[in-house]
Ligand binder design. Sequence first.
Ligand SMILES: NC(=O)c1ccc[n+]([C@@H]2O[C@H](COP(=O)([O-])OP(=O)(O)OC[C@H]3O[C@@H](n4cnc5c(N)ncnc54)[C@H](OP(=O)(O)O)[C@@H]3O)[C@@H](O)[C@H]2O)c1
Length: 327
Amino acid sequence: MASIVLVTGGSGLVGKAIEYVIATEPIGSRFGKKQGENWIFAKSSEADLRDAEQTRLLYEKYKPTHVIHLAAVVGGVYKNMKANSAFLRSNILINENILYHAHTHHVQKVISCLSTCVFPDKVEYPLDETKIHLGLPHPSNFGYSHSKRLVDIQNRAYREEFGCNFTSAIPTSVFGPNDNYDLEDAHVIPALIHRCYLAKKNNAPFVVAGTGKPLRQFIYSRDLAKLFIWMLREYDDVEPVILSVSEDEEITVKQVADAIVKAMEFKCTYTFDTSRPEGQFRKPASNKKLLSLIGEFEFTPFEIALKQSVDWFLENYDNARIGQPFP
Ligand SMILES: NC(=O)c1ccc[n+]([C@@H]2O[C@H](COP(=O)([O-])OP(=O)(O)OC[C@H]3O[C@@H](n4cnc5c(N)ncnc54)[C@H](OP(=O)(O)O)[C@@H]3O)[C@@H](O)[C@H]2O)c1
């Protein structure tokens, strides 16, 4: 029987990366489109998933057999700190509408997207899939974190009561083409790419928010896309899987800034605005479970992925998300 894969959040960073991989990998290969498969990439203008009726109509329209659920209100540390209640409410509504209607429409499988923000602030590192509920998340984004944690609870409840094949993925920080480059509300890499671009264009100082010292594990959106496709095809457990490069590939924000300056071919010195908050200092996550399940997987080296992302931004500046109102 033909599969219909609905990707919610299909217009976002991760959704566009899945669309790219499905369009470019050889048909029938591990990460490519299968014969008879139909992929739908939904955006918010088609259905506001905070609304139960609009969500129901989306399911009625496409009758998906599988769902990759990416849609979420997403943002960097400043946006989260300004609006914890909006993050909590919007994401709870979106997630419950998607899962409830997946259940009532007998969807065969749903993979929802969590984030390493869900993990407790005070916890023994490295993070792994068993530690999600062991303590409170970091206060800067507790609304977003709790809404995402709840998905793991929803998955277990729907599976226990109705046998639904629902599970979740936990990516570390994602970057790539089609990111949100809003100067205030974006994640660290797209915000720095945009700031560096403006500094070069205006011959102005390149200011990096924070101390440059926090460490992050970044995953390229096109690598993450392949991992979602792998989960869709080959993973059937309710337990989440961390989708990430390995812990020893943590890098500092300063190293990110260095790589951006190099990719942008901008000869400059930059300064740090240490008055800006910068979230958790580090949150290394283990990808052991992923590697034990997937076997061989080649991650794109950081500098190559960053260069591709910077080039995409330069080529698409006029149409990129360089500032968007808060929903
Ligand atoms: N970016 C990261 O570093 C990161 C890290 C870990 C986990 N994640 C998770 O990865 C997933 C995808 O994130 P992303 O980075 O791709 O985010 P993104 O680029 O901001 O895209 C968000 C997507 O969600 C859609 N959306 C937002 N509100 C919606 C609503 N009310 N109804 C329907 N659709 C709505 C947006 O649609 P429109 O654009 O059409 O409005 C967009 O397609 C999210 O679940 C996020 O929590 C992201």
